[in-house]
Design a binder for this molecule. Structure first.
Ligand code: UD1
Length: 343
């Protein structure tokens, strides 16, 4: 099976390509390196022990996409490429709407022209409204997003749904990720945020490695057992395997299918810190700071649908993710920029 992967050099893209290659899928990937590095692709090839075709290009560039589609015969597309920083999206809404919507529409257009009818889309639990009971199921209410990034995910889900409504033989999987964390166990690929990281795991890792003085715990006065926010952290390798399961699923099922990719377990920020400390034997310096605007107190997934229909379930623990992140961070203290200092 030939799979076209957009955003292949990114955090989830690299881990997913590695899973696909291990299962003998043929992969052709594209990335414009706007938020990733070419060396990530080299490392995936090295870990897989095999080559795959890669193009440096932006997915919004229809003529380039058309050229790629005419050179290869794809069975399925996985669309990771997109801008993903919620805070930045508030400051630069047009960049987010333009890039994330244009790329999805360009891809659909080129797929239609080249008779490719299957696509897996990177969505997010950010599409769920704030007033749902927990755990969130795929039927929980969506919309009421709190930033343009979230709206782009919501709108792309709608665009893909409408494309399927007009083309009944298409199959689309909308994968709503909860909080992906961790790295490949080799320590060779991982999350490489540019500048000061926004998300909790890279922020902790960079604090321990000394790039950041201490972690701000955003609020300890929420209505949760220890007062800090609760999230569903899922190992990135489990997320990657969820994509393989989704490819298998849409190969057999036409229409739009939506799946949560989470663990079903909620972890507070303080529990996260102590899991990281135990798993790595490192101290995480932190201080309690004011709440971060827009943070929901509790968010975790129902995993029943993914388990029953995708036959997929997260297997790795948060402790595994902490060990793997720490290996990646200590082997690559400056991310992909610098050479492996332990070599
Ligand atoms: C964030 C985004 C979400 C996006 C997801 C991608 C926001 C409001 N939400 O989710 O749209 O889909 O990333 O992974 O930006 N925390 C700290 N200190 C820190 C960083 C985080 O205490 O330095 C806390 C947060 O308050 C939160 C938890 O850790 O309770 C997780 O935060 P984060 O990793 O940023 O993920 P989300 O906010 O869940």
């Amino acid at each position: 099976m030939n799979i076209f992967v957009t955003g292949g050099a990114g955090y989830i893209g690299t881990h997913t390509i590695l899973e696909l290659l291990a299962l003998d899928y043929n992969v052709v990937a594209v990335d414009d390196f706007s938020n990733s590095k070419p060396i990530a692709i080299e490392r995936v090839k090295e870990l897989a022990g095999r080559d795959f075709t890669f193009y440096e290009a932006n997915v919004c560039n229809i003529s380039k996409m058309d050229e790629i589609f005419s050179k290869h015969k794809f069975d399925c597309v996985i669309h990771f490429a997109g801008k993903k920083a919620p805070g930045e999206s508030v400051e630069k809404p047009l960049e987010y709407y333009k890039n994330n919507l244009d790329s999805t529409m360009a891809l659909c257009e080129v797929m239609k022209k080249n008779n490719v009818k299957k696509i897996v889309f990177s969505s997010s639990c950010t599409v769920y409204g704030a007033n749902n009971p927990m755990p969130l199921t795929e039927n929980s209410s969506v919309g009421e997003c709190i930033n343009p990034y979230g709206w782009t995910k919501f709108m792309c889900e709608q665009i893909l749904t409408d494309v399927v409504n007009a083309n009944k033989d298409w199959s689309v999987a909308l994968l709503r990720y909860f909080n992906p964390v961790g790295a490949h166990e080799s320590g060779r690929i991982g999350e490489d945020p540019q500048g000061i990281p926004i998300n909790l795991m890279p922020h902790i890792a960079q604090t321990v490695v000394g790039r950041i003085k201490y972690l701000h715990v955003f609020g300890d006065d929420y209505d949760t057992p220890d007062g800090t926010c609760i999230r569903d952290y899922i190992h990135v390798v489990d997320v990657a395997k969820g994509h393989v399961a989704a490819i298998k699923y849409i190969d057999k099922n036409a229409g739009v299918s939506t799946f949560n990719l989470g663990t079903g377990d909620g972890t507070s920020v303080l529990e996260f810190i102590s899991t990281f400390e135990t798993a790595t034997n490192k101290n995480v310096p932190y201080k309690i700071s004011p709440r971060r605007p827009g943070d929901a107190p509790i968010c975790y997934a129902s995993t029943n649908k993914a388990e029953n229909e995708l036959h997929w379930k997260a297997e790795k623990s948060l402790a595994n993710a902490c060990e793997d992140t720490w290996r990646w961070q200590s082997m690559n203290p400056n991310g992909y920029e610098r050479k492996n200092i332990y070599k």
